[in-house]
Design a protein around this ligand. Sequence first.
Ligand SMILES: CC(=O)N[C@H]1[C@@H](OP(=O)(O)O)O[C@H](CO)[C@@H](O)[C@@H]1O
Ligand SMILES: [Mg+2]
Length: 517
Amino acid sequence: PDNVRVSYGTAGFRGNASGMEYVFFRMGMLAALRSKLKEAAIGVMVTASHNPEHDNGVKLIDPQGEMLAQSWESLATALANVTNDQLIEQLKQIIDSQKIPLSNTSFTISVHIGLTVHGPSSLSLSRAVLDGASAFGATCHDHGLLTTPQLHYILACYNGGDIKVDEEHYYQNYASAFKALLNVVSLFTSPVTVDCANGVGAAKLTKLAERIGANIIDIVVYNDGQSGKLNENCGADYVKVQQRAPAGLNMEPFHRYASFDGDADRLIYYTLDSDCNFILLDGDKIAALFATYIRDNLKKASINLRLGIIQTAYANGNSTNFLINQQNIEIACTPTGVKYLHEKALTFDIGVYFEANGHGTVSFSLFYLKRLQKGESGSHDNSQISKLKLFLDIINQTVGDAMCDLLAVEAILQDKNWSVKEWYRIYTELPNRQAKVQVADRRIIETGDAERKVILPSMLQPAIDELVRKYPSGRSFVRPSGTEDVVRVYAEANTQENADDLAQQVSLAVYNIGGGV
Ligand SMILES: CC(=O)N[C@H]1[C@@H](OP(=O)(O)O)O[C@H](CO)[C@@H](O)[C@@H]1O
Ligand SMILES: [Mg+2]
């Protein structure tokens, strides 16, 4: 369409589903070209993740199950934005610039596709992807409904040589890993209630729980899509941003509750304290739990490795303080978007990365695996080492995976004999608030220092600094969203009232200086 520009944002193309077929069709083509170049299968996921039901989105998955290489994002954007009569020329340009050996027929192009919603728009959009890929002669593997992390997992296995891999393989793998770990740790007592955002996660989690067995883990699925709408007043994003339970959920103090987002790549926990205050255990707290658990076990096994936690500017200030000052764990900060965190995580022997919103996982280097093996044959404590190995097996290293992360949290709490209370008490969050501001063109806002400072418009950062100074423990930053047409504002301070106030003042500054509408 004229005057419509789309871009491969924080996590692919996303927007209102109607009229987006051309983008999906072209992404099918691009996936086929990338498969040809890499001589490996490429994945295409059709999902709007945590967005409302009327939206949809598409993202590409690289051969090892990782996000599409950043160097190809601009190719995706260019291809999506040309007019139909420029399409062939644009494809030729990509083929030439990337030296894609189209005439080499020794490798069959292979594209795997999954989707998170079975509605008419999703089906026609995934059809468009298949048509685009087929136009380049791709062999297409249509997996139907999957969570996003399941497709990442399947792709990594497929390219690793297991060409028969399917969804069932995923359940068997993680169910047996979880059971193996629980043989080392103890048995389960209390249930965990999981809000699946009325999305694909409900059916998938039910299957995983069945494979594990009700005697081992007691998962109560809430918001399974039977009545409510996808991501409406529920799901990980709602709970995190609103700092309240999904609508209609009756909570009891100290019970464990969790929420997935619509494509089940985000996980957050929450509970009530004895005064019925809502307590959130977000991505920062999951990261802290994982990292301290791994670190403690490494210590007991006398293995010395470089462990790091990767956060974004959205990480709560007190989580950063706790990790650096009390736990002595190395921290890195990257811009928003899992691809940046993932990349940074790989620079550590063990990289624990989470966005505050609950998207994250752990990456283990080959060096780590070798050290575990060496530790096993040496004089180290074998029980710690086998525990570390089993823990590694329940992690989906390709991408943040709500189901695997849930199993990992549950296993750690069991092993430590912790209730949710001991977990949330490791540190207390600074009160915080997120807000959104509509501006005429959010691209005029440029940021630096991992998005913690505004560079342009030049008057904005001094204005934010001045406001922040007024609030004890104040911190605030703004950045243009990569998935919505808004500028996001984050603020934290010593009290909720101050955090709310600061967020509002900074929003006003963005509105005034950034061309609010
Ligand atoms: C504050 C926030 O949660 N931002 C989210 C959101 O990106 P934005 O660029 O902020 O719209 O969606 C991304 C994709 O899911 C996720 O990676 C990111 O963390
Ligand atoms: Mg998601």
